[in-house]
Write a protein that binds this ligand. Sequence first.
Ligand code: CTP
Length: 221
Amino acid sequence: MPYAPTLKGMSVLVTTGPTREYLDPVRFLSNPSSGKMGIAIAGEALRLGAKVTLISGPTSLTQTVSKKIKLIQVITAEGMYRAVMKKFPRADLIFMVAAVSDWRPANFSSKKLKIKKRWPLPLVPTPDILATVGRKKKKGQLLIGFAAETNNLVLNARAKMKKKNCDLMIANKVGSKNVGFESDHSRGYLLSKDSVVPFPLLSKQKLARKILKVFSKPFSN
Ligand code: CTP
C-alpha cells in the first residue's frame, strides 16, 4: 500500500510573528519574533494538502508565504484576537505560534510624545488569544500552543498547556545564542497530555515536519 502522510480535507489555522502595541504613532512595545516558525508550519501543512490560513503579525517574511495560503496580516494583539475569533470555528487544527505582546500601553497618543526625563508607562493586559480558543474550542478541534521559555521549559510549558487547555504544547528555548526568536533553529520539547518528547537543535523547517507528522494520516490510492 503506498504511504504518504496527508492533511487532505483538513483546515489548518496558524498564527505567527510578533504583535505591536503602539504608544504613539512612532513607538511600540513588541518582541523579536521573526514569524519563521509559524510560516514553516503553514508551509508544511499546505504541502501535506491542508487548506491553510495564516494570521501574521508584522514581519517582512510574509513575502515568502505561498499564494495558496490565505494570509491575514494584523498589527496588534487585539487585531490578531479578532481575526482568530472569526477564523478558528472552521479550523480542525489550530497552531498558535505567534509571540503575542502580553501588555499594551493603557493610552495611545495620536501625537508623537515628547521626551521627558522620567516616563511612567501604564500598561494593560492584551487578550489571551490561546486561552480564549482553549475555552471555546469544540470536540474534534485540536489546539496547539507554543511556549517561549528561558528556563524550566517542561514545567512552565506544562502549566501553560493546562491553563490554556491545549492538546499539544511545544516548549521552545529562547534567550540563548542560536535558538528561538529570529534564529532559523529551535530546541525544546513536544508535550502532549501524557508524554514529553525532547527535540534537539533542529531547523524550524524540520521541526514543522516533526510536529505535523503527529497530525497527518496515511492514505492509499
Ligand atoms: N498567547 C496568546 N495571547 C497572548 C499571549 C500568548 O495567544 N496574549 C499564546 C502564544 O501564541 C503561545 C502561548 O500563548 O501559543 C504561550 O505564549 P508565551 O508568550 O510563551 O506565554 P504567555 O502566556 O504570554 O506567558 P508568559 O509570558 O508569562 O510566559
